[in-house]
Design a protein around this ligand. Structure first.
Ligand SMILES: *Cc1c(COP(=O)(O)O)cnc(C)c1O
Length: 230
């Protein structure tokens, strides 16, 4: 069994070139500039040599979905590449908030008041100022984290007014069996009416659609790196 056999190429540098070209094309189609779209290379469960390949190719924006895995991998890589920008894209437990704030530059998964309060406390204590995105459960899936769409406005207001959190984006993870564009459009609409500038949406299979619908951050794993370790 080999990853290189299940993915068209396991050469992350070549994949990066191809993905950047596709971002460029999608942005152009949408009348946007590719500079408005940040490509987050989601490095969870990827072998170190693939991450090194992207770093050596000059890529600096990476994502992880677990605090512990990120804490094992990234402090050393950040020493070697101080301009790395690290994004937390997975669900965050309140008891990991301090670690997450120490490590990440952007957190995409603020999804409940308990966590928002903890994050506000830890930001004050650590004198760090990570960018914060609110995750919206656009598909209203019970097993998935995220604020329900009808509660989004009130949640964002509370984060901003009561906790003084700087909410700069929204994130969603559409249901796998539904048309992603409906979810991207809903996320964009919630962002617009709340004056939120950034949209974290689109993954390996649908980032071009997400760009058409206004994504400012796309989270791409397997299309860049190849298949993940189990
Ligand atoms: C793993 C992950 C991704 C990347 O998924 P791919 O399909 O490999 O591109 C994006 N977003 C989140 C939240 C993830 O956990």
């Amino acid at each position: 069994m080999s990853d290189s056999q299940t993915h068209k190429t396991s050469d992350p540098k070549a994949n990066l070139t191809e993905i950047c070209a596709r971002i460029e094309t999608a942005a152009k189609r949408a009348g946007r500039s590719a500079d408005e779209v940040s490509l987050i290379a989601v490095a969870k469960r990827q072998p170190p040599d693939r991450i090194d390949a992207l770093l050596q190719a000059g890529h600096r924006v990476f994502g992880e979905n677990r605090v512990q895995e990120a804490a094992d991998k990234w402090p050393a890589l950040k020493r070697a590449y101080p301009d790395v920008e690290l994004h937390m894209v997975g669900p965050l437990q309140s008891n990991k908030a301090a670690d997450a704030i120490a490590l990440f530059d952007v957190i995409h998964s603020i999804d409940r008041m308990k966590l928002a309060r903890k994050v506000a406390e830890e930001i004050a204590a650590a004198q760090r100022d990570p960018e914060l995105f609110v995750q919206i459960n656009t598909g209203e899936e019970p097993q998935k984290s995220g604020v329900m769409p009808r509660q989004a406005d009130e949640f964002i207001r509370q984060c901003r007014e009561e906790l003084q959190l700087r909410i700069s984006g929204l994130m969603c993870l559409p249901p796998i069996d539904e048309e992603a564009s409906l979810h991207f459009a809903l996320l964009a609409k919630i962002a617009r009416r709340n004056g939120v500038e950034n949209l974290s949406m689109g993954m390996s299979g649908d980032f071009e659609t997400a760009i058409i619908f206004g994504a400012t951050h796309i989270r791409v794993g397997t299309a860049l790196f190849g298949d993940r370790d189990p």
